[in-house]
Each structure stands twice: as C-alpha cells, then as structure tokens.
Design a protein around this ligand. Structure first.
Ligand code: GLU
Length: 476
C-alpha cells in the first residue's frame, strides 16, 4: 500500500483523440497543486475503452504535456501507467465488495431492466436482485448496493454538493462479460495509488457520489475532490472538437508559445491574486504555482477566448529576448537572405507578431531583393494610396527632401521629421501621408514601420525605388 500522508495527484486522460485544451488545463491544475503542496504528480492513461484507445494518442498526450512543462514526477509510479494493466486490481476490489455485501449479482438483461422500468413508470434499475442471493454466473452483472441516504461531496471548487442516493440506482460495477466499468476502475486506481486529490473536469461530477461510495465501502475516506468548470466557446456552448479548435497540438503548430498557452489556460476561471491591481494577468509559472488555490477557481463555465489567447501570445512574444525571436523567426527565412539585416529589423516585427505562423518573412521581403531589382508593386494598393490630389505633389516633395539628405543624416528620426515637414503643406495626417511612399518602397499598403525600413534599405535604393515608381502617377 502506498504512503497516504503525502499529497499525490494524478492526471488521468483517456487516449481516445487529440489532446484537448480542457485536458491541458486540468493537468496544469494538478501540476500546480502538487507543487504548491509539496506533493507529486502521476500520469495514468485510462485506456480501458479498447475500441477507442490508441497508443499514438498516448504518445501525443505525453508529448503535449511535455510542451506545457509537465512530466510525471512521482518516483513510486514511473509512467505512463496504463489503467488496463491494473484490471486484476479492479476485479479484486469488485470481489471484496461482493464478499462484504456491498455488491450483488443480477441476471436481468438490459432489455428486462428497461421493461421493468417501463412497467413501473420509474426510470432506472429498481433493485430487483438485491435480496435474491445470486452468486456469480454467466450473463450476470455485479451491482453496487447503494445505501439509503444522501452522499455529500465536498468539492474545493463547488463547495458542498449533495446527491440523494435514491437518484443513483444500484449501478453496475462489473459487466456481464466480466469487465469492470469506468467508475470502478477509476476509483480503485485512485485508492491503490494513494491519490489524495482528484482534480478533474466537471463532466465527471455525476460519477463522484458513486466513486465516493466505492471508496467508503472499500474502507477509505474520500480524497479531496475538485471539479473544475467546463470550457465554453463564444456562444457559451461547451467546447467541442467538431465545432471549435480544441487540440493543443494545433495551437502549438500555429505558433503559440507554451508559456503563453499555460498562462492563458490558468486564467480560465481563475484570476491570479493581485492581477487586478497589477492590471495584468500575465504571470510566470513559478509565480502562478506559488499562489494557485483551487478554492479560488470559479465554478461557472469559462470562456475560451482565442482573441485573449492571442493577446497573451503577443505579450509573450514582445517579452522574448530579441535573439530568441530572431532564431525562431529565421527558421522560415530563405537561405539567401541577409541574416544580419533580418536581425536588425526583427525588433520591429517582434513588436507586432501575434503568432509565429504569420509568415513573418513575407512582411519584410522588400528588404531582401537584390539592390537594383524592382519591387513588385500591387496595382490596387498603388491606386488607393495615390488617388488623392495631394499624393503626386507630396511624392515629388518627399523625393526632393530625401535627395537633399546626406548619407550621415539618413536616419529614422530625420526621415520622419523631413516627411512631416513636407506633409504639413498638405494638411494631412502621417498615417495617410505615408501611403504612396510605402507602396512605392514595399509594394504593399501594410508593413513594418516605414522610416525604420527606409533607414535599413539605405539612401540609394530608397531613392531608386521612388524614382522607379514616380512615372506611375502619369500612367493613370
Ligand atoms: N479518463 C477520464 C477522462 O479522460 C478522466 C477521469 C478522471 O480524471 O477521474 O475524462
């Protein structure tokens, strides 16, 4: 029997599909509690649904957990542990329950159970075999003898939750083919492993009174329960893999940073203490772990807001070391690009990047075409940027002003102040006024800050591109 004095939590996913963001959040809650209370974390793969479980999903879970910084760390349980390997213990527990009178056999088929329910007008199993004294046998299920009364589940998130035992019916523990059902296997594993805290999604709350009855019948005080709220989408519907983007891997592929994902997942239903005063929920894992308390988790459904996740990711990207940003972003840049130039321009990109799959190089490709090669100008962008009457004279004035600048004055601040000086004649704002030059230089209407880009591009190439574009004004 395992040591019961130490805190031990477990994360018990079923390997039946893509690893879900909701699962990741439960795993993080477990991880935080284990660390805060000086306990350990066990990974148990609940693979007893043979038809739906696949080894590659198990591998995917382990990989995804590693990405968010979690690895099973309990030396007593080197994992991953497979629930299927403990079938003997599940059946052994079922036998004990039978021997001690907490369970009994029943030979009714599901159709017969239904017939009786229909006839009496009371749904569910009516306890028909409770006192028939049947022993084990072909086609018989083992049912738990639910006592009269009320089962009170003390839940750290939801408080005291009462279940009237009459609503539970004498539920099945072992099917007629001899296989243990989920509630039994799950509870027996938790008991055998010495789990002290069961922290999981609220969809398991209906199982909890049954499991608490099993714990008690097997002679154990229940663990600490905590059922964390479901995640919902913007229509307040439970996140579903058919409707919503729920796979942690997909977010990873889209270029979210694990730190941002972890931070965001933790804020679903929980506001870190001090976050309101600080005006930000951005917090490192060690800081969150130090203050996380399940009692502070809100029991209402939590909205998984991808826009908020984007904002978190953008913040984490801005906080990255610029070298790290460059390293990550340059994974995608073409081999013939000047890496030093890219590194110089990278801080401008870093400021604006929300995800790493944004095709970052595409935003600055105009800086990497060989000098003397014309940039491809998008006709629609040019037409839009130059349709105002002021566009052509302003463009000419900018060329004059920039030609007058010597190389040593070819700097962002001077390029900007010269532009502003020229622009005041036309009484327009900088955002608008930049458009014709931006399109002439970059080929597009959106891109990184203009004057920094011009400084990087250099005087000769800037003036050359402006000269190349200028005749377009005349061409209608
Ligand atoms: N295997 C269950 C699931 O993936 C979890 C059960 C539990 O955490 O108790 O939903």
């Amino acid at each position: 029997m395992t040591d019961r004095s130490a805190v031990r939590v477990r994360f018990a996913p079923s390997p039946t599909g893509m690893f879900h963001v909701g699962g990741a959040r439960s795993a993080l809650h477990n991880w935080a509690v284990a660390h805060r209370l000086g306990g350990s974390f066990v990974l148990r793969i609940e693979d007893t649904d043979e038809a739906r479980s696949r080894p590659e999903w198990t591998a995917g879970i382990i990989d995804a957990l590693a990405w968010i910084g979690i690895s099973a760390d309990d030396p007593a349980f080197e994992g991953p542990l497979l629930q299927s390997a403990a079938a003997g213990a599940h059946i052994g527990a079922a036998e004990r329950l039978y021997q001690q009178g907490h369970a009994y056999y029943c030979d009714l088929t599901p159709a017969q159970v239904q017939e009786r329910a229909d006839a009496s007008g009371t749904p569910g199993y009516d306890g028909y075999s409770r006192d028939r004294g049947l022993g084990p046998g072909e086609g018989r299920v083992l049912r738990f003898r639910v006592p009269d009364g009320v089962t009170v589940v003390d839940d750290l998130v939801r408080g005291r939750v009462e279940f009237d035992n009459s609503s539970l019916e004498d539920f099945v523990l072992v099917r007629s083919d001899g296989s243990p059902v989920f509630v039994l296997a799950n509870a027996v594993d938790d008991i055998e492993m010495g789990i002290t805290h069961v922290i999981r999604g609220e969809e398991h709350l209906p199982n909890t009174p049954k499991q608490q009855l099993i714990w008690s019948a097997l002679g154990h005080a229940p663990p600490v329960w905590a059922h964390v709220p479901v995640l919902v989408n913007e229509s307040r519907k439970k996140l579903s893999k058919r409707r919503d983007k729920v796979s942690l891997d997909q977010y990873r592929e889209e270029g979210y940073l694990p730190e941002a994902m972890v931070n965001y997942l933790m804020t679903l239903g929980w506001t870190p203490p001090g976050a309101e005063e600080a005006g930000t929920e951005i917090m490192s894992w060690p800081d969150m772990e130090a203050v996380f308390d399940l009692a502070d988790v809100n029991s209402s459904p939590a909205f998984f807001d991808v826009r908020k996740l984007d904002a978190f990711n953008g913040e984490y990207i801005r906080a990255m070391d610029v070298d790290e940003f460059v390293e990550r972003a340059t994974e995608e840049i073409p081999d013939d690009w000047d890496r030093d130039r890219f590194a110089r321009i990278a801080p401008l990109l870093q400021e604006r990047t929300v995800r790493f799959d944004e095709e970052i190089p595409g935003k600055v490709d105009f800086l990497f075409i060989p000098d003397g090669t014309d940039v491809e100008i998008d006709d629609a962008s040019w037409a839009k940027a130059t349709k105002a009457e002021w566009a052509e004279p302003l463009f000419a004035d900018v060329i004059d002003a920039y030609e007058a600048l010597t190389d040593d004055r070819w700097r962002t601040d001077v390029l900007k102040s010269e532009y502003e000086r020229v622009m005041t004649t036309y009484g327009i704002k900088l955002g608008k006024a930049q458009a014709p030059v931006r399109v002439a230089i970059t080929g597009r209407s959106v891109g990184p800050p203009l004057f920094e880009s011009l400084e990087e591009l250099g005087r000769d190439e800037t003036l050359r591109r402006l000269a190349v574009a200028r005749p377009r004004f005349g061409s209608g």
